[in-house]
Design a protein around this ligand. Structure first.
Ligand code: FES
Length: 357
């Protein structure tokens, strides 16, 4: 359920990005407890429209437990409703409705582990990686991180100071390689887009020794993440040690279609469970489960509606669906019956969908 959180601070990171810090009261700290790498969903109204967006947390679980602070990184995108509001109008003292964090772009850091983690991030993709690096380096004294970080120019690097501070604190355990696409650097290898060819060259040059990396974190736009996945596969890196998080940057999600049922609105009978309560309704074969379900349960969780954030994840207990797109669920989650309801169309006359699973 959404909870109103008070904004403690809005800090400019670059000319188009801010870090927003929320104050979490003691009684909500357990509700908002999170793992590094996770994201949260914010909700606002713009005219008669409800806007939901998910943003990665850049702060650490310790900051929440000790000081009651949660921080997200927000880069303004063209036409972005919440990102423009956050950068231009949001102030300390304002209240924002926030859903507790979720997501699986994380790992179980453990003081007894000694690992080499590598992160490949582009642009605002650094946000969850910052939380992962800060938590991992503090928790695992024997572990190290290598960060390959792509941006346009030095002036557009989000969290440059925080990354530099971490580097100062852990000079022997954090290795940072900056790649800039629109600003020449001393090494031509580090000037240009962080695409598949550049990653191959970076690995060949030994800037990251892939043979020593235990876990990979890839975060950025779809093209970069897919390129990196492909190159790592070529190098024999198994899928199970690669974590990915996509940023949906191709514009705003489509509006929610909740008012008019489809013409064949009686094709499928659906029962959903949310917060222990069942609701049954009928929906058309061309509709998405989330759109139809919102007609009867407006409090259902969702954010991107593009198959990216996994906020709408639920377990399909009965029946079959086809998913139009899936950028969020891992193969083991699909095997366990999880679906993205914003992407699911019914294939059978009856569906049972459990949001509590
Ligand atoms: S709402 Fe984001 S994946 Fe469905």
């Amino acid at each position: 359920m959404f909870k109103p959180l008070t904004v403690a601070d809005v800090r400019e990171l670059t000319e188009d990005a801010v870090a927003v810090t929320f104050a979490v009261p003691a009684e909500l700290r357990e509700t908002f407890a999170f793992a590094p790498g996770q994201h949260l969903t914010v909700r606002m109204r713009a005219g008669d429209q409800e806007i939901r967006r998910s943003y990665s947390l850049c702060s650490t679980p310790d900051e929440l437990a000790e000081r009651g602070r949660l921080r997200i990184g927000v880069r303004e995108i063209a036409g972005g409703a919440f990102s423009a509001y956050a950068r231009r109008a949001l102030r300390a003292g304002d209240a924002v409705e926030v859903l507790p964090p979720l997501g699986h772009f994380t790992t179980a850091f453990d003081a007894d582990r000694a690992r080499h983690y590598a992160a490949i991030a582009a642009g605002s993709g650094i946000t969850p990686v910052l939380s992962l690096m800060a938590t991992g380096l503090a928790t695992e004294a024997g572990s190290r991180f290598t960060l390959l970080f792509g941006n346009r120019r030095a002036s557009t690097v989000m969290f440059a100071e925080e990354v530099a501070d971490l580097k100062d604190r852990y000079p022997d355990r954090l290795h940072v390689v900056h790649v800039l696409s629109r600003e020449p650097q001393l090494s031509p290898l580090l000037s240009g887009r962080l695409d598949g060819d550049r990653l191959r060259a970076t690995l060949d040059a030994g800037l990251i020794d892939a043979s020593t990396v235990d876990e990979w974190f890839l975060c950025g736009p779809y093209g970069m993440v897919m390129d990196a996945r492909g190159v790592l596969a070529e190098r024999g890196v198994p899928d199970r040690v690669i974590h990915t998080e996509l940023f949906h940057v191709e514009g705003e999600p489509a509006p929610v279609r909740t008012s008019e049922p489809a013409a064949d609105a009686s094709a499928t009978t659906v029962t959903i469970t949310l917060d222990g309560r069942e609701s049954t309704f009928r929906m058309g074969g061309d509709e998405r489960v989330l759109d139809a379900a919102l007609r009867v349960r407006s409090e259902l969780p969702y954010a991107c509606r593009g198959g990216v954030c996994s906020t709408c994840r639920a377990r399909l207990v009965e029946g079959e669906v086809s998913m139009v797109a899936n950028y969020a669920l891992e193969p083991d989650e699909i095997a366990a019956g999880y679906i993205l309801t914003c992407q699911s169309r019914p294939l059978t006359p009856n569906l049972k969908v459990d949001y509590d699973a």
